[in-house]
Design a protein around this ligand. Sequence first.
Ligand SMILES: Nc1ncnc2c1ncn2[C@@H]1O[C@H](COP(=O)(O)OP(=O)(O)OP(=O)(O)O)[C@@H](O)[C@H]1O
Ligand SMILES: O=C(O)[C@H](O)[C@@H](O)[C@H](O)[C@H](O)CO
Length: 215
Amino acid sequence: MCEAPAPREHASEGDGGLAPLQRRVRRLAAEGSSPSAELTRPPACACLTAMVIVVMGVSGAGKTTVGQRLAAALGARFVDADEFHTPANLARMAAGVPLDEADRAPWLHALAAAIDGWLQQTGDVVLACSALRASHRQALRRHPSRVVFAYLQVPADVARDRLLARRDHFFKADMLGSQLETLEPPDDALTVDASQPVDTIVAELVAHLAARRTT
Ligand SMILES: Nc1ncnc2c1ncn2[C@@H]1O[C@H](COP(=O)(O)OP(=O)(O)OP(=O)(O)O)[C@@H](O)[C@H]1O
Ligand SMILES: O=C(O)[C@H](O)[C@@H](O)[C@H](O)[C@H](O)CO
């Protein structure tokens, strides 16, 4: 049986959501561990059917919100890819500097290693991860059919309004432009209109995934 995910630390008032993530990443580094090592557990059994569902899209698309709800609906574990960023990357984004491809390389590497581990387990994982470029998705597609991308397609103005209204998160609305410039929309992902209510999005994704499993 798979272990339940470690609860995500909650942001305290006014810290922009960055401090808990930074603390967690630093603690793991001091212990000689890494987020990927912590989140990757040994194989539970030989029946390797676990799926990794990557909920992707620009900031404000709703990856975390939808991902958590989708994981609950599927009885899967939820993981936020932000936990795999280096402290330097988190600090950069918190200072309003978008990541470049060199910044993303170690992050994608750690995520790919974690996905390899999850694919050796029995339980499904829902990963909230921007995965903006085709090359990012290629790095994460560690199995041709058991890694599935669910693209939350959202109009820029909807994402911007959500980010402006969001409190206590290190990633601010003024970086949405760079996300939109970086985005290479996938043509092979389950795609949903992310401007819909969360319940509707989750129901659509559950139906898509169920149909996929039976075909
Ligand atoms: N379908 C939705 N309808 C209305 N509000 C939503 C919806 N999805 C997300 N939100 C709200 O929009 C804000 C951004 O959502 P969320 O943090 O899940 O986005 P994200 O894609 O994970 O962003 P980031 O990449 O910056 O972490 C949150 O305040 C959330 O409550
Ligand atoms: O590829 C990237 O630029 C990053 O992953 C960002 O997307 C942030 O981490 C995320 O949006 C904040 O949660």
